[in-house]
Write a protein that binds this ligand. Structure first.
Ligand code: F6R
Length: 607
């Protein structure tokens, strides 16, 4: 993952780099570092752990210089120590790097045989030593950088500065995003427009395989064949304003409380509340003419895709294949000509899903992405994009972006159903009405905070937790388990309730809370019987249901939380909120780092 940034400025670079890194910290927070050119020489400051540690180092030991590069790390090769922190430097060159150089071992052996002495275990250092070797042979920085690029394989973004070249910054993109920012007599590079937004809004994005030579006045772009290329400068819509926590303790808490607004904004985008019609922009494929649909995503976004599969199959009678991108991209899926796919992603940068996108397009599929970041690589490279109107999501655990993805998928399912003549206007109106009730019910659920916190006190004592659901509630059970694992570090599993007796029921004892997602509806009785089976074996059933399901569950459940009643179609969106809120409260009770849980990063740009 990692975030990279570079500045050729008029003022000291370090404070600008630090500010940009703050906006990139969502990409990783294992260590951070900055290098600048001071009197033509490379100097750097680095610190293990979060960016605050680097800020402390810079306060004690300021770093002058107006040209510099910065990095926030999510460790891949080499432990997250200060020694392995970027930038990596020799006396001639300093480099920051996001991604993986796959042939690093082979290059390292080659360079060591020539006498290079490595200081770290990182793959990045091979690139640094490679460039250094070309510089030592007398190449100019640009030629050395280009020659080194020809030798490395993998998916990465890189930025470099050079001793004795105070107004030069070279950067490259191969599989990981990179933006160039144009200021007034100042130039910037960064992993995304968000990092650069306070510095400039005039942005050019590097295309796959591009590299760029930046000086104080402008940028010269080169394509993958090292030929000069034109890249368009656009004005980004990304805001430069810092995103704050408001009166909330954590970003995650704030983002949970944004659910009603985000759901309202997203639904308004695709649903006309007056006519109760779904209004989709022009799609890159005609849903009436496709025989099959592929959905690819990672993590929570994949779970949204699983719900999407239930909805699209039910409402549009269109067969859907939903897979995690890391499996999809390597399983050589048979894809019929003229097929269609939906990719789902908050960041729009997730490496495995980007690879899935390229594979799909190469296989002649038309790809629609559902993304939250409008200028992301996925939005730009897809044949069409539908935006989730969730705003910036800073907490590493996805919350409002997940329910916004569900809202978009629900509208798509209705739109597909209508296009395929599987839904009448009456049905469409009924389903649209149900969706329009979601934001106010979401607000009501957030008011049940105290009740959910009480439940969290029980769950926080557990070592293992099971989440159960059937139908479209099954992916929400998986979401509950994923969220609990990632921020509270309690082991949790999500299961299809009917699958329990095929194995997981063996785990049940009085120490394992069984959290059931059990709204009234066609699957209620079935789920309730599975829960009774758990209770009969001493399991502690804690259920989310509605007023209609309450009485039946109270007979055996230890706790029942009664949520607002809504049409069955919209229950996955609503029930996602309390399970996310539950995970949040458990994490707070356990005292974990809720917004930046260990080992994780918000944007997963390595495979
Ligand atoms: C879970 C979570 C992750 C992401 C996943 C995909 O809370 O946040 O599982 O959903 O890393 O990220 P995007 O949506 O950016 O592709």
């Amino acid at each position: 993952m990692c975030g990279i940034v570079g500045v050729i400025g008029k003022a000291p670079a370090a404070p600008l780099l630090l500010e940009a890194l703050r906006r990139l910290e969502y990409r990783g927070y294992d260590s951070a570092g900055i290098a600048t050119l001071v009197d033509g020489h490379i100097e750097r400051r680095r610190a293990e752990g979060k960016l605050g540690n680097l800020a402390g180092v810079l306060e004690r030991d300021a770093l002058p210089g107006t040209t510099g590069i910065g990095h926030t790390r999510w460790a891949t090769h080499g432990a997250p120590t200060e020694r392995n922190a970027h930038p990596h430097s020799t006396a001639r060159v300093s480099v920051v790097h996001n991604g993986i150089i796959e042939n690093h071992a082979e290059l390292r052996a080659e360079l060591e045989a020539k006498g290079a002495v490595f200081e770290t275990e990182t793959d990045t250092e091979t690139f640094v030593r490679l460039v250094d070797d070309f510089l030592r042979q007398g190449h100019e920085p640009q030629a050395a950088f280009a020659a080194a690029l020809r030798r490395v394989h993998g998916a990465f973004a890189l930025a470099a500065i050079f001793s004795g070249h105070p107004r030069l910054l070279l950067a490259a993109r191969q599989g990981a995003p990179l933006a160039v920012g144009f200021g007034e007599g100042e130039m910037f590079v960064g992993s995304d427009a968000l990092a650069l937004a306070p510095l400039t809004r005039r942005i050019a994005y590097l295309k796959e395989g591009d590299w760029v030579a930046v000086d104080g006045e402008g940028a010269r772009f080169f394509d993958a064949a090292h030929q000069p290329a034109e890249r368009r400068v656009t004005v980004t819509a990304v805001s430069g304003a810092a995103v704050g926590k408001g009166n909330y303790r954590h970003f995650m808490e704030k983002e949970l409380h944004e659910h009603p607004a985000v759901l309202g904004d997203t639904l308004r985008q695709y649903l006309d509340p007056k006519t109760l019609e779904v209004r989709l922009p022009r799609l890159p494929f005609d849903p009436a003419r496709i025989g099959r649909l592929t959905i690819s995503a990672c993590g929570s976004a994949f779970l949204a895709g699983m719900v999407g599969r239930y909805w699209i199959e039910q409402l549009a009678r269109l067969p859907v294949d939903a897979d995690v991108a890391s499996e999809f991209r390597y399983r050589n899926p048979p894809l019929a000509d003229g097929g269609a796919a939906i990719l789902i992603s908050q960041s729009g940068e997730t490496a495995d899903n980007m690879a899935a996108l390229r594979l799909l397009r190469e296989a002649g599929q038309r790809v629609l992405s559902v993304v939250n970041v409008p200028e992301s690589s996925m939005a730009r490279e897809s044949d069409g994009a539908l935006l989730t109107v969730a705003g910036p999501e800073i907490g590493v655990a996805s919350t409002k972006a997940f329910t916004a993805q569900l809202a978009v998928l629900a509208c798509l399912a209705i739109g597909f159903g209508r296009a395929r003549r599987e839904l009448s206007t009456l049905d469409e109106g009924r389903l649209a009405q149900t969706l329009l009730e979601v934001p106010s019910h979401a607000a009501a659920i957030l008011e049940q905070d105290a009740q959910i916190r009480e439940l969290a006190m029980e769950v926080a004592k557990a070592r293992d937790v099971l989440f159960l659901g059937r139908g479209a509630m099954y992916p929400i059970a998986l979401e509950g388990a994923l969220k609990l694992k990632e921020i509270s570090y309690i082991h949790a599993e999500g299961y299809a309730a009917g699958e329990m007796k095929h194995g997981p029921i063996a785990l049940i004892d009085s120490d394992v809370p069984v959290i059931a997602l059990c709204p009234s509806g066609p699957l209620f009785e079935k789920t309730a019987s599975n829960l009774q089976e758990a209770a009969a074996r001493g399991g502690r059933v804690m259920a989310f249901t509605d007023a209609e399901g309450e009485a039946a569950l109270r007979r055996f459940a230890e706790r029942v939380i009664v949520l607002p009643r809504i049409g069955e179609f919209a229950t996955p969106i609503l029930y996602a909120i309390p399970v996310q809120l539950l995970a949040y409260h458990v994490a707070v009770l356990k005292g974990t780092d809720v917004d930046q849980p260990r080992n994780l990063a918000k944007s997963v740009t390595v495979e």
